[in-house]
Design a binder for this molecule. Sequence first.
Ligand code: IPM
Ligand code: MG
Length: 406
Amino acid sequence: MAASLQLLQFKPLKPSFSFFSRRSVSPICSAAPTPSKSQRSYTITLLPGDGIGPEVISVAKDVLLLAGHLEGIKYEFRERLIGGAALDATGVPLPDETLSAAKQSDAVLLGAVGGYKWDNNDKHLKPETALLGLRQELKVFANLRPASVFPQLVDASTLKRAVAEGVDLMVVRELTGGIYFGKPRGFDTNEDGEEFGFNTEIYAEHEIDRIAHAAFKIARKRRGKLCSVDKANVLEASILWRRRVSAIAQEYPDVELSHMYVDNAAMQLIRNPKQFDTIVTNNIFGDILSDEASMITGSIGMLPSASLGASGPGLFEPIHGSAPDIAGQDKANPFATVLSAAMLLRYGLDEEKAAQRIENAVLDTLNKGFRTGDIYSTGTKLVGCKQLGEEIMKSVESNVPSGATV
Ligand code: IPM
Ligand code: MG
């Protein structure tokens, strides 16, 4: 009952009127089918983490419960500590207990980690180290970060309406390799007695091949265009990346492959984002480009993500951080986490109907004009995280099909 990329190729594309499903990759990255559709019960590990994490997870949990209840799904939630919260309570950012609970569940929903308090900690005691460890231990190498401009939020984008309207792209980020994990790494002292820090950008063929296959399959179910982003004019790891992606393209003649250097891609994303459908890239370029892509949509508070491996539970999290500046003030935007919960249902549990119910509810709530501060504009209704959650719940209950409104 876990998210699996192996199963991706076996699911047919389901026609749908959902805004998300029409443009998303649900047929590609999906979970193992549940044993019995009448008796569905799942264990979900909740990792609220730090900053606004607990606030947005609390909303997403309520939404998951209600959408599940209405679609005949039962959950057993296990809440565990991660990041700074775990450091304060146990002395380590990723306790063994948290890791084993995550590994033994059907899916993991994470809020955010990090905060000023722990910024100067040694690396092994940083909250962010927990997140990287969790991704590595769960072996979730494929990180899907969809960035789509909601029609209701076009004016929240800092780009001109004509540039932002209709943007619908997917960044497929390699998540467990590259410079984030490459060895050797560390600090040393050179012959002049000067300290230096160093890291290694390294990709083995199999790491490139598996993310390339995942990305081609995703592109195939979207608009059939894949842009591989690298720095092959400078970096050996990128030269190999480009060579492998080009070789694998032979197996996907229906997908149109292009290559782009990362600096150009950063520029093109702002110049003309609609040229992109699916982007596949390494860990660090994906980190940077997905933040950039999120701003086209108006707010980083809107973007969910799914991280999947070849087997085992998937990890679902908003792409935003812990936002310590607004933590505890009921100002956080819970949409990204609620949408991550929808991705959890679709890709992690193969519960398409419940996923759509949540996505419909997000669109309905936007249509009704409810906004947190980050996406507020004149004429809309400014609400806090909790109230927005309550409004989403009402919409989950009424289940207005999004096809009618989008
Ligand atoms: C992200 C974050 C993380 C990353 C940090 C918090 C370690 O920026 O998920 O994009 O760099 O991957
Ligand atoms: Mg990031």
